[in-house]
Design a protein around this ligand. Structure first.
Ligand code: AFP
Length: 334
């Protein structure tokens, strides 16, 4: 029987990969793991809470007012980061502005974390996979002072670590610190994340494309041409690809990471900048994609090199298997 490696063991083993490592990054990853276990528990109870114990907005059996699950997740992660003491501030998709933690202890933290606490949250009510996506950066401002907007608006190339937790048929945590991509599955009986997918590699090509095709008529000609190519016999497999769109980016990305495929959310008239957020969704998954051998672009340029101009900036997104993203880009640029 092969040895079981828990996330905690793995993080501490890998700490030696970082020169001058002091354990702070490891502790942040441990905080993420802890908060995600709480969110996973709440996600698993979502149907019970909504349909058996009472509807949203009414008091639960403990007499507390129920909160929407995405706010519950947001609070769980913020608390974990604030209490850990290594993070001086956060920015989250759920909050209009970033948060600089006020305590002197937190202000000594060297890192900021940007995250989407519950991606795909419109899928909660229908019991479809959702996830948390995160990015960790080293702060630019001086230690001992409050975190600043500049700390949050760094290009994706500056990420120290990134990852996601997928609340699917099992709960998985997948992360990178720039030395490959590793996946851990939560064992519900012990409450431990166990290494299940070491050194994940995204296949160079795949037979699945994920896009909201309801928007196809409003897409630019090059993208229409790429989707037609996917659906034709005249592609690299000489057979139509399968269309697979979950509507939770993190779940579509995870499938493509394992099986090969492309996820596309273009600029369309209804979302002229694209729909997805650069800081909370696109950058972390772009870092993972590149580490696994895939690509992430706007259709024209590399995601990780974009210098963000606003916290909630949106961009067009093409992410997945290298050859598929390159093909889509070649048709867009024709
Ligand atoms: P929600 O978190 O609001 O459900 O948005 C999910 C998302 O950002 C991404 O995860 C999906 O792929 C995409 O939006 C779905 O958008 P469409 O409903 O426009 O296809």
């Amino acid at each position: 029987m092969s040895k079981l490696t828990t996330l905690v063991d793995f993080i501490y083993e890998k700490q030696a990969d970082f020169p001058f490592a002091t354990g702070e990054l490891s502790r942040i990853l441990s905080s993420i793991s802890l908060a995600s276990k709480m969110v996973s528990r709440d996600v698993r109870q979502a149907g019970l809470v909504d349909h058996i114990l009472g509807a949203q907005g009414v008091d639960n059996i403990q007499g507390e007012a129920q909160q929407k699950l995405d706010l519950v997740a947001d609070t769980a992660f913020i608390n974990a980061f604030e209490q850990g003491g290594d993070v001086c501030g956060i920015a989250s998709e759920e909050n209009d502005d970033f948060l600089a933690f006020p305590s002197a202890h937190a202000q000594k933290g060297k890192y900021v974390v940007l995250f989407d606490p519950l991606d795909g949250s419109s899928n909660i009510d229908v019991n479809v996979s959702i996830g948390t996506i995160f990015s960790i950066y080293r702060r630019i401002s001086s230690e001992g002072t409050p975190a600043t907007l500049e700390d949050m608006l760094q290009a994706g190339t500056e990420q120290i670590a990134a990852g996601y937790v997928l609340y699917g048929s099992s709960t998985m945590l997948v992360y990178t610190t720039g030395k490959g991509v590793h996946g851990f599955t939560l064992d519900p009986s012990t409450g431990e994340f166990c290494l299940s997918h070491p050194d994940m590699k995204m296949p160079e090509r795949g037979r699945m494309y994920a896009m909201n095709e309801g928007n196809i008529n409003t897409c630019e000609p090059g993208l229409k041409e790429y989707i037609a190519y996917c659906q034709s016999n005249d592609n690299d497999y000489n057979a139509p690809y399968s269309g697979r769109y979950i509507g939770s980016l993190v779940a579509d990305f995870h499938r493509n990471l394992i099986k090969g495929g492309i996820y596309i959310y273009p600029a369309i008239p209804a979302s002229p900048e694209g729909r997805l957020r650069l800081l909370y969704e696109c950058n972390p998954l772009a870092f993972l994609a590149e580490q696994a051998g895939g690509l992430a672009t706007t259709g024209r340029k590399r995601i990780l090199e974009i210098k963000p101009s606003a916290l909630h900036q949106r961009i067009p997104y093409f992410v997945g298997s290298k050859l598929m993203v390159e093909k889509a880009m070649s048709l867009l640029q024709k």
